[in-house]
Design a protein around this ligand. Structure first.
Ligand SMILES: [Zn+2]
Length: 313
């Protein structure tokens, strides 16, 4: 399905709104990056101004982190404090005098990777965005699978340990407490406190509490054994969730996106190996391919621009 001639998409994140305008072949012809304001009313204002700054365009879509129902209402958004039950589609459409399509940001990213990125031609794709938390999107035969209400694809809150650490959602032991940036830092500090991460602690100025992803990554790139052990533990937890998703959905391709995709060279092989070990009946089935997303931080905005191709949800 070819998009209209100029399609605009805006990715509304916790800190920034990234807007793009793309041509039918996916070429980005305009781009704007604005800070995300606080509060629902301010977000609608900024989205309308950003949409105007991106003109001319023929269609407009928005991808938002959180639970977006099929009628374009942002029901709950853990990364946008105080924002809930925000009628993004209706209010933005009224301001602009044009139809607007709205979906979850990771679902948008999955659509974008299927259309222009690493998942082109794949029949069944699951994308997970590993960042501060975890988002997810599922594309079947080129269409986003949205579930009964639009809420499908929230793998970050699959419970992988009911006795695990508390989660922003109110539950415990959600996958995103482990396979996210926050999880990686927790593993690093636990290793550091046990005296098993000396090089990364050195790089952090000698303070265990100061250890960040950049120190862990730098140590691992130097070949530091302890840092690599932490990345392997992280890879195991990523694999655990991907195996749960594979047992449920049987995708041919799993795509890793989000901020942590940039460090995938340090854990992707481990993820592939652990998925091979943890998968149900591994010797009696093809294993899903596991690849890193190609579209980087633009994936959500490009996918939002494609939403007009799926008007009936
Ligand atoms: Zn949770």
């Amino acid at each position: 399905v070819a998009p209209p001639s100029l399609a605009a998409g805006i990715d509304v994140g916790g800190t920034k709104c990234l807007g793009v305008v793309i041509t039918p072949d996916g070429t980005v012809v305009r781009e704007e990056k604005w800070p995300t304001p606080r509060g629902g009313d301010a977000i609608i204002e900024v989205l309308a101004e950003l949409a105007d700054a991106l003109r001319p365009w023929d269609t407009l879509g928005a991808g938002v982190a959180g639970l977006v129902s099929r009628d374009g209402v942002l029901r709950a958004a853990p990364n946008l404090p105080g924002v809930r039950e925000l009628a993004v589609r209706e209010r933005l459409s009224a301001k602009l005098g044009a139809p607007v399509w709205v979906d979850n940001d990771a679902s948008c990213a999955a659509v974008a990777e299927w259309r222009f990125g690493v998942a082109q031609g794949a029949h069944e794709v699951v994308l997970v965005t590993l960042g501060t938390g975890i988002g997810g999107g599922h594309v079947v035969e080129g269409r986003p699978a949205r579930g009964a209400n639009g809420f499908a694809g929230e793998p970050g809150h699959m419970v992988v340990d009911p006795n695990g650490p508390p989660c922003v959602c109110g539950g415990r032991g959600c996958w995103e407490r482990y396979a996210s940036g926050a999880g990686l830092i927790r593993f690093a500090r636990e290793a550091a406190e046990g005296g098993r991460l000396d090089r990364a602690v050195d790089l952090a100025g000698g303070e265990v509490e100061a250890v960040r992803g950049e120190h862990l990554r730098a140590a691992a790139l130097e070949g530091d054994h302890d840092a690599r052990v932490v990345f392997d533990l992280f890879a195991w937890w990523v694999a655990l969730g991907l195996v749960n998703l594979t047992n449920l959905l049987d995708p041919e391709l799993l795509v890793i996106g989000g901020g942590l995709a940039e460090a995938a060279d340090l854990y992707l092989d481990g993820v592939r190996r652990h998925v091979g070990e943890l998968l149900y009946a591994p010797s009696h089935r093809p294993h899903p391919r596991i690849e890193v997303a190609h579209l980087g931080e633009r994936a959500g905005a490009v996918g939002a621009a494609l939403l007009a191709n799926f008007p009936d949800g």
